[in-house]
Each structure stands twice: as structure tokens, then as C-alpha cells.
Design a protein around this ligand. Structure first.
Ligand code: HAM
Length: 459
């Protein structure tokens, strides 16, 4: 029996994992300079949390979550209901047909758990749970880790994928916050040298102005219903805004003629959007306005944005985000708390860097320590320890090997130097150092070996 990772889920192997580490470290460094601190969140949450926050009608919640029932014993009230029901069932005569066997009492609110499809809902849950509204200033948090969505796998789209996200929660919805969050994001992309990133920007209004726009959109969509695909037809009822981000070729000309939300924003939303743009301009940030950028999660209001990057085909969004001022209240927290944030798709960022020819961060072996004979082994173990203590990357063969075989392995491992320790060297109190790039070799005592390796490492 040979096992394989399940569909849409993959291993990230060295040396690619070094590139992942570099990307994640850059996020920690850059976000840290903006005053963000890390929050580590659970991977499982109550299903209801996502249904509420992200929206029960969204694709993410209605089709893509990995959901399973929790152990009923952990919920005493529900467990009691279940036991009462079981007792009653036992007293009933056996069912005439197996088809009428019920699996649970009808009033049982069965506790379901989901693997997180995103983390904004969790951050807000944690913010409320820990009363973070009492903390001074804005609460600025970042997170990174795996998310799970049962999507159709393709290049840049996986069922377990990774996000690096950040959220700002606080009592202010000042447009300068939106601009600074975007500035931080672009500083991160600059730090990892991702070329060709484009910022797409929109405002999708608020509770005051969006419903009227959505109704108008629905009306217009009804008129062209027959020309739309099945998905968009369904969305006329469930969520007309989502028709706007349809990628179907046959729908593009129709969508272009639909009314645009920018022309239907209320005065407050319009001012907010204009101010976000002014604050971006004063940071020298350029962007493309995209009136069709509505995003696939229900919690957004006002500012929405995405970043696209080259080399990714159709899955070219490397980051999505926006403002979600009503979400804290919706999840039972203070109505005064506003929020904005984003999540970067790490898989796609790494893919885009690879497509652009970014090498993996040089890990690299400084020293392959070839020893020959039992006495040399003892000396080699000590030398390896001292070299590693000094920060050098050392490979120490575990068994005695023939000279040719050992040096051959050093070559194949792409070590920068082979340090050779045999009986002769041991007797003379030196080691032979061979630079594998050009084969030059010299004998050095230990202090000189360290200076030589240090000089080699520095350039
Ligand atoms: P999202 O747009 O659903 O937003 O995901 C953000 C990013 O995650 C996407 O732009 C994409 O790069 C990556 N991503 C999403 N699904 C997949 C997948 N199946 N495979 C690979 N990468 C994927 C959110 O998740 C929001 N929580 C972002 C946010 C934070 N908004 C406010 N705060």
C-alpha cells in the first residue's frame, strides 16, 4: 500500500521551504515595524462562526468548508437532550422500515466544527473573547498558517493553502488606517522583491447605501437573465454583487453595462473613499480602481482591495482584503469597534517569485568534514561541534568511508569546502581544506581554519 497526500494538498520540500521561510520572515520584519504583533489562532472553530462572519450563502461556507460533528459529550446540555431522546426511542416499538430511523432528535443543535477557511473571523472572535477593546490604541495583529477550502485544485489553488494576514481593530475608521495597511502590504512585496504587483481598489459602500444599489443591480440583472450563465442566474437572487466578479467571457460585455456602485455611494462612503485615495497619494502609492472588485466574503464594507502578480495564470490574486466595520458587532462584540485587514496567499507569492526566477535562499553546506579512521573520527566529532557552535553548516559522515566515495559525496551535496582529517593530518595537528569550486587545497591548523572559513563566508 502506497500512500499519497490527498487531492489538492501538498508537501513543501527543501529547498523550496527556504523560500517560504524567507517570505514569512520578511512579513514578520515588515509588519513588526508597523507595530503589528503575532496572534496564533486555532485551526478548528465552531462552524457557526464562519457561517455568521463570512456568510452562509458564500461559496466558501456553503460549498468549500471541511466540517464535522464534534463529540456530543463535550456539550452537556445537548448531550442530555440526546440521552433523553435515546431513552424515549428505546421505549418505542421497532420502526417498521429501516428508512424511518432518525439519527438525532429534531431539536438537537448539533455542535459542528470546521477547519478554518480563513482567519479574519477567528481574529475577531479572539478580540471579543479576550476583551481586547480595552487595550490602548488600535489592536494590530498578524497571523500566518494553513487554511482549508474544498475548491477545484489547479495551479495556485489548493485545498490546504497558506495565508499571511493582518488585521487592525479599533474605534476609528479613519481612511489613513486603510492607506497605512496598504502601505505595509506594499512594503512587504517590495521587501521580498516581487515584481509587477498591481493594487486594485474599490469601495462597496455600507449598510446605508449598498442595499439600494444591490436592488437596482438585481433589477438590471433580471432584464438580462437569459444571457447569463447558471451561476450568475442563481446569484441574481442570492448575491447579485458576486455577478460582478464573474470571469465568464460571455458575460463580460453585459457586466460592463451594469450600474456602478461608485455612482451610488452615500455621502459618507464617498468621502471615505476619496480620503483613502488621498492618503494613498500622499504615500506615493499607485493603484487601479476596479468597480467590479466586490470580494467573495460577506463581511466587507467600504474599502476593498486586491493585489495581482504576474506568472500565475488565472489565479493571479496574491492578496485580498478590505474594511469590515460591522463584523465585531455581528459576532457579539462592541458596536464601536471597526476593522480592516488583508490576507496574502503565500503559495501564490512563492509561485510568482519562482516564476520570476528567484532562487531559494542559499542554505548551503559550509563544510563537509571527511574523516578516515577511528582516531580521526573522535577528533572530527569535536571539530564539528566547534564549527557548528561558530555558526558554520557542517555535514559529518556517520560511518568511515573510502576517500573517493566520501569526497564524491561532498561534491554531490554541493558543499563549499571539504575538510579532510586522516591519520597524517591528525599526527601533524592540521586539517586539509579543499575548496570544491576550484579544487585548491591547503593544510591549516584549527585557528587558521576558522579564519579561512569566515573569510570565505563573507565573500
Ligand atoms: P480571500 O480573498 O478569500 O480573503 O483570500 C486571500 C488570499 O488567499 C487570496 O488572494 C489568495 O491569494 C489566497 N487564496 C485563497 N484561496 C486559495 C486557495 N484555494 N489556494 C491558494 N491560495 C488561496 C480572505 O481570506 C480574507 N480573510 C482576507 C481578509 C483579511 N480580509 C480582511 N482581513
Amino acid at each position: 500500500m502506497k500512500f499519497q497526500a490527498i487531492k489538492g494538498v501538498r508537501d513543501i520540500l527543501p529547498p523550496e521551504s527556504a523560500l517560504w521561510n524567507r517570505v514569512e520572515q520578511a512579513a514578520r520584519d515588515v509588519f513588526g515595524t508597523f507595530g503589528f504583533a503575532e496572534i496564533r489562532l486555532p485551526i478548528i472553530e465552531p462552524t457557526d462562526l464562519f457561517a455568521r462572519a463570512v456568510g452562509g450563502d458564500t461559496d466558501i461556507v456553503s460549498k468549500e468548508m471541511y466540517t464535522f460533528p464534534d463529540r456530543i459529550e463535550d456539550y452537556p446540555e445537548e448531550a442530555q437532550k440526546f440521552r433523553r431522546w435515546q431513552k424515549r426511542e428505546e421505549k418505542l416499538p421497532p420502526p417498521e422500515s429501516e428508512l424511518v430511523i432518525e439519527v438525532a432528535p429534531p431539536d438537537l443543535k448539533y455542535p459542528f466544527i470546521s477547519l478554518r477557511p480563513e482567519a479574519t473571523a477567528s481574529v475577531v472572535r479572539a478580540y471579543i473573547q479576550h476583551g481586547m477593546q480595552t487595550l490602548p490604541g488600535n489592536v494590530k495583529l498578524y497571523y500566518m498558517g494553513p487554511m482549508f477550502r474544498r475548491e477545484r485544485p489547479q495551479k495556485g489553488r489548493y485545498r490546504q493553502f497558506y495565508q499571511i494576514g493582518a488585521e487592525v481593530l479599533g474605534s476609528s475608521d479613519a481612511p489613513g488606517i486603510d492607506a497605512e495597511v496598504i502601505e505595509m502590504l506594499l512594503a512587504f512585496f517590495a521587501r521580498i522583491q516581487l515584481k509587477g504587483a498591481v493594487l486594485h481598489l474599490n469601495s462597496i459602500g455600507c449598510k446605508q447605501c449598498r442595499p439600494a444599489y444591490v436592488e437596482m443591480l438585481r433589477g438590471e440583472l433580471q432584464k438580462v437573465r437569459e444571457q447569463l450563465g447558471a451561476d450568475s442566474q442563481r446569484r441574481i437572487e442570492t448575491n447579485p454583487l458576486r455577478v460582478l466578479d464573474s470571469k465568464l467571457d460571455s458575460e463580460q460585455a453585459i457586466i460592463e453595462k451594469l450600474p456602478r456602485i461608485a455612482e451610488h455611494l452615500c455621502a459618507e462612503c464617498k468621502t471615505h473613499y476619496d480620503e483613502v485615495k488621498r492618503h494613498l497619494a500622499l504615500r506615493g502609492i499607485t493603484y487601479q480602481e476596479n468597480w467590479r472588485l466586490v470580494r467573495g466574503l460577506d463581511y466587507y464594507m467600504r474599502t476593498t482591495f486586491e493585489i495581482t502578480a504576474p506568472g500565475l495564470g488565472s489565479q493571479n490574486a496574491v492578496c485580498g482584503g478590505g474594511r469590515y466595520d460591522g463584523l465585531v458587532e455581528l459576532l457579539g462584540g462592541p458596536a464601536t469597534t471597526k476593522g480592516i485587514g488583508f490576507a496574502i496567499g503565500t503559495d501564490r507569492v512563492v509561485l510568482s517569485l519562482q516564476e520570476a526566477g528567484a532562487g531559494e535562499a542559499a542554505g548551503g553546506l559550509d563544510v563537509y568534514l571527511a574523516w578516515f579512521g577511528a582516531a580521526a573520527q573522535t577528533a572530527a566529532v569535536g571539530l564539528a561541534r566547534r564549527l557548528r557552535d561558530a555558526g558554520f553548516v557542517v555535514e559529518l559522515p556517520a560511518v568511515d568511508m573510502k576517500f573517493g566515495k566520501s569526497l564524491g559525496l561532498a561534491d554531490r551535496l554541493k558543499a563549499r569546502h571539504a575538510v579532510i582529517l586522516g591519520e597524517d593530518e591528525l599526527a601533524a595537528g592540521v586539517v586539509a581544506v579543499k575548496r570544491l569550486a576550484d579544487g585548491t587545497q591547503q593544510k591549516l591548523a584549527e585557528p587558521e581554519l576558522f579564519s579561512y572559513l569566515r573569510a570565505a563566508r563573507n565573500g
